[in-house]
Design a protein around this ligand. Structure first.
Ligand code: NAD
Length: 444
């Protein structure tokens, strides 16, 4: 469905009114289709800049060029600007940020990308260097808010000198067309999860399960994983059985009708995946809301939300791990929410369960790193799905607009991040929670 504000702005009868009222005119965001190619930055005009004394620029250049980016110092416009800020260790080093972005900001094309790379603040004993590294986050988030109206996404990767070999996948994702609705994020790359395979390999030969995938984000995620070559099992409740089977037929996945909160769900899922030789990718997408202020919330609604969104996920993972069904090098991805990051009025049950997942992935990621398994959370903002279509008009319109891109995201945008986190190239990212929210003001 065309965006309401864009329609108002671009219709001859209403354009003047939309402009006079100062309504935002959301830019048309570019999105990629089909499987990720070997060179996702093909033809994209790329500039690499660095603060003096940094350690990442050479690797970043190699990653960008290897992914198809074109380094052309003469180009007047830039599609991708990568800035190595690992040399920023003191206030004086910030001059490089000003000099680079003051000159380049207006040259970054619509739907462009900025990737900042900084040293992890906790990797240095020097308080000033730690502060200088952490400050890059505030800079990047501000830049994202300034450039978002033209669809430019600005993200940051913290990387230590011993984890530079983990940069390839993140460069491909955060500088490519698939990070459309991911902006203002700071990811931490580490060597926590072992694994040398950081190439841009797809998912052929991998077995994935996606819960809650009869529709919405889950269905989009399942479709992306199928496109990347994975064998996908889609799970949904008995009430959604027809939709689940229809969806699976459409995308070429296998249906498993199962309520993830049922007592026998961990055993049944384990059995199903064992029959397929084990699982490589587990996407805990199924989730529910039962919104009410706490004083008016029935105990049953509190318990149901905690049960589906939190307890069931942990129970399934424990069964998969105990049954040795989750293979080494696996990927676990939990759907959190920006409500879990910031809390939300009338969502104390939902926010508690989604915040619990943020803590869960951090702890589980550290635990499973020695097996090369990464565990991360994806926190969507306002995504156009049946869940958000049910919201009343005013909060829906506010939720949709209060972000740097002035529009809601598509299920596919969340699916892109899930698919990236499922690939071998994301091995440096574990225990992270990454928002797909167009840099929503909520929880910013
Ligand atoms: P949706 O309501 O459109 O789809 C959820 C699917 O999960 C449905 O098919 C539903 O039948 C299934 N499901 C629910 N309970 C289940 C259970 N017990 N067992 C198996 N399947 C079950 O939701 P969505 O908008 O696509 O959201 C997907 C995930 O993303 C959820 O975890 C949600 O909390 C999270 N999220 C969504 C948004 C958004 O804006 N849509 C924002 C933040 C977080």
């Amino acid at each position: 469905m065309p965006d309401l504000l864009r329609k108002l702005h671009h219709h001859p009868a209403t354009g003047w009114l939309a402009r006079a009222a100062g309504l935002p005119d959301p830019v048309e965001l570019s999105r990629a289709a089909g499987p990720t190619g070997a060179q996702p930055l093909t033809g994209r005009r790329t500039a690499i800049r660095a603060a003096e004394g940094g350690y990442a620029a050479d690797v970043l250049t190699a990653c960008a060029v290897g992914a198809g980016g074109v380094i052309d110092p003469q180009a007047s416009a830039i599609d991708i600007l990568i800035f190595d800020a690992t040399g920023c260790r003191a206030p004086a080093d910030y001059a490089a940020l000003y000099d680079t972005f003051h000159a380049a900001a207006s040259r970054i094309a619509v739907n462009g990308r900025v990737l900042l790379v900084a040293a992890p603040p906790d990797a240095t004993p020097d308080p000033v260097a730690a502060a200088a590294a952490r400050g890059i986050e505030g800079f990047g988030r501000s830049l994202g808010k300034e450039l978002g109206k033209t669809g430019i996404a600005v993200n940051l990767a913290y990387v230590a000198a011993d984890a530079l070999d983990r940069l390839d996948g993140p460069v491909r994702f955060f500088c490519g067309a698939r990070s459309t609705y991911v902006s203002g994020q700071a990811v931490r790359l580490s060597t926590t999860a072992i694994g040398g395979d950081t190439a841009s390999a797809g998912l052929s030969g991998k077995v994935a399960v996606v819960t809650g995938s009869a529709r919405g984000i889950g269905l989009a995620a399942a479709q992306r994983l199928v496109e990347e070559g994975a064998t996908v099992v889609c799970v949904d409740v008995p009430a959604a059985s027809q939709a689940l089977h229809d969806s699976c037929r459409a995308i070429g996945a296998t249906a498993l009708v199962l309520d993830i909160a049922a007592a026998d769900a961990p055993v049944r899922l384990t059995q199903c995946l064992r029959e397929r030789g084990g699982a490589d990718i587990v996407v805990h997408n199924a989730g529910i809301t039962r919104d009410r202020t706490l004083a008016r919330m029935a105990r049953q609604d509190w318990e149901l939300v905690v049960d589906v969104n939190f307890r069931a996920i942990v129970a399934i993972d424990e069964a998969l791990l105990a049954g040795q069904v989750l293979r080494d090098g696996g990927r676990v991805i939990c759907l959190s929410s920006i409500s879990g990051v910031s809390g939300n009025f009338g969502q104390s049950n939902y926010a508690a369960s989604k915040a619990a997942l943020i803590g869960y992935v951090a702890a589980r990621g550290a635990q499973l790193g020695p097996r090369g398994i990464t565990v991360n959370a994806v926190a969507p903002g306002f995504i156009e799905t049946p869940m958000t279509q049910r919201m009343p008009f005013v909060p829906r319109e506010l939720g949709r607009r209060l972000n740097s891109l002035k529009q809601g995201g598509q299920p596919r945008d969340v699916a892109e991040l899930i698919a990236f986190l499922a690939t071998p190239g994301s091995v440096g990212i574990t225990g992270n929670t990454i928002r797909v929210c167009g840099q929503a003001l909520i929880g910013a």
